[in-house]
Design a protein around this ligand. Sequence first.
Ligand code: 3HC
Length: 685
Amino acid sequence: MSPISTKKHGDILIVTSNNPPVNALGIAVREGLVAAIGEADGDETVKAVVIICQSQTFFAGADITEFGKPMMLPMLPTVVDIIENCTKPVVAAIHGTAFGGGLEVALASHYRAAVPTAKLGVPEVKLGLLPGAGGTQRLPRVAGVEKALEMAATGNPIGATEAHALGLVDRLIEGDLEQHAVAFAEEVRSIRPIPKSSERDEKLTAARANPQVFADFRKANARKFRGFDAPEKNIQAIEAAVAKPYAEGVLDERRLFMELMTGRQARAQQYFFFAERKAAKIEGVPEETRAREIKRVGVIGAGTMGGGISMNFLSAGIPVTIVEMQQEALDRGTGVIRKNYEATAAKGRMTADQVTGAMGLLTPTLKLEDLADCDLIIEAVFENMDVKKEIFGKLDTICKSGAILASNTSYLNVDEIAASTSRPGDVVGLHFFSPANVMKLLEVVRGAKTDPEVLVTAMQLAKKIKKVAVVAGVCHGFIGNRMLMPRQVEAMRMLIEGATPEQIDRVHVEFGMPMGPFQMSDLAGVDIGWHRDPTRIENIRDALCAVDRWGQKKGAGFYDYDEKRNPSPSPVVQGIIEDFRAKAGVEKREISDQEIIERTLYTMVNEGAKILEEGMAQRASDIDVVWVYGYGWPVYRGGPMHWADSEGLDKIVQGLRNQEARLGPDFSLAKLLVSKAEAGEKLTR
Ligand code: 3HC
């Protein structure tokens, strides 16, 4: 049965799509739309058409699962042209998300009506693409060039109210969408000529007179777009809309779309779209497992982590009880939370009432006993097993039955923590990344005895607080930090052998990471995890800490920093490195960029393969989600596992073998990596 059905209301033909979950414009929908427009054209009693969707949303875009498969006609560009050329006025009735191809359908319709909660956007750029069904040509004609540039190149949607102010939505509808859209269609059914977006150009004239707008846009966003192919091609397509007639502009759009579609970045970004959604699925949990209800959360520790974690729940409207040992620390912690909210409000991203509302949900206390009525308690104190065990032992006696007891540990053994309670099934790791109110990643650490209900609750809650959660097994550093270790070790070794922090960082930044290992260390604090004894100097890091080079906060770390925190290479650090080199009796040599890649990135892939083979990650794509959301791995390379697959696993294995002698006795090739390489298989399948 076609997902598209039609029915008449007086002389209005209502075309309804029912293609859950998101009304993606797959082949059956496209065929159905063409048939429905044909019906409208062919029936003289039909005077206008309404296109509307059932369930949660208007068409949310092309069907991404069809990408990379043989083409199925009619293609979307043809379908939208058929809609625009309908001889009866067409009204798009929008709710939910009119995204990508969905917005292109709406733009080809002659009128757009939307409920105020609807969102309109062209997120193709996030899939490494551009709107390929006339969107780059029609959107600037309807919404204006600057808005179209912003929407297409960033992929960020706008709300219906803004769209209405821009003229992208003709009518905002309160109440029943279908009923009002039909009334709107009745109003416009006799208007001639029928307005077509492709024929408009009044909103292009300003940019025609001032093509500088494109150069300005590129300049203003250069940093954000660094490394990505798609934003530039989106800009070029909109430039074509301004510089050329519509018929030529769409040809440019098609060419640019195909260039992107056949590229490596689009493949990686589309892979990642599904990777992110797969991560939410927990293996080995009975389907009927229900989540527990979380009405109040307790957080132990009001430091940077505890405060950031609390904000996630407060922002989602969930009350939080926050516990500290000393009044001063408690006041400081709650003060920081308030300041963070106020800073957000000052940027216009929150109202004063919302700040008051969020702060009103926070209950600070010095008593652990006050956690008795919490449904989830997250411990966020420093990384010390004895301290954590003691806290969990106490929680066991205080917390109500069924409460979930979580640790925010980033390395420690969750099973050992769980064993300090009489209810290990209720214990789980919830590893937030700093700053916890900003970073999207949450590693959900599944202990040997963690109850399926607890896992399901954690994953659902993550979505509620707008995190992307990944299930990890119990191992040192879980997924993310465990893979970071070989990278750090090798980066340090290469300093002694002859590389500089600048060279190693540059290779990582050119690869697309936001920063290299030494820049990251300076930002996070070189002193993190340092033993704090300036007389005990066993490595370069100890030597830096001993002379107060703790990173950006001290104005000196692996780099020197000026008062604006601009880094420059440090002669002091160079001296320290040379001392260590001399002591180790190592002869300085040229280290190539390729060697840096092999010893830092290939070793990470190798560790990822071990994580997979040990079952510490459910699937390779989960590892990629961790690295993209937790560490800024460039999404256009899909994540370390996808990247390794696209480079070729045999190349990765060969590179590691080339370096094996330098990687030291602790290094071993992951069996899974070798076997997949030999079999010509992929890690991500
Ligand atoms: N094609 C195929 N499947 C899609 C899809 C699409 N465009 N969009 C979402 N889905 C699937 C998801 O994979 C998921 O499947 P699963 O349940 O099997 O995991 C299911 O629909 C529900 O999706 P979400 O979990 O993401 O649901 P949310 O409610 O959280 O979000 C959404 C809904 C905002 C619509 C979000 O899914 C989304 O952003 N989708 C992608 C939108 C997009 O990128 N559109 C442009 C497509 S490219 C295009 O149109 C090209 C054209 O210009 C030619």
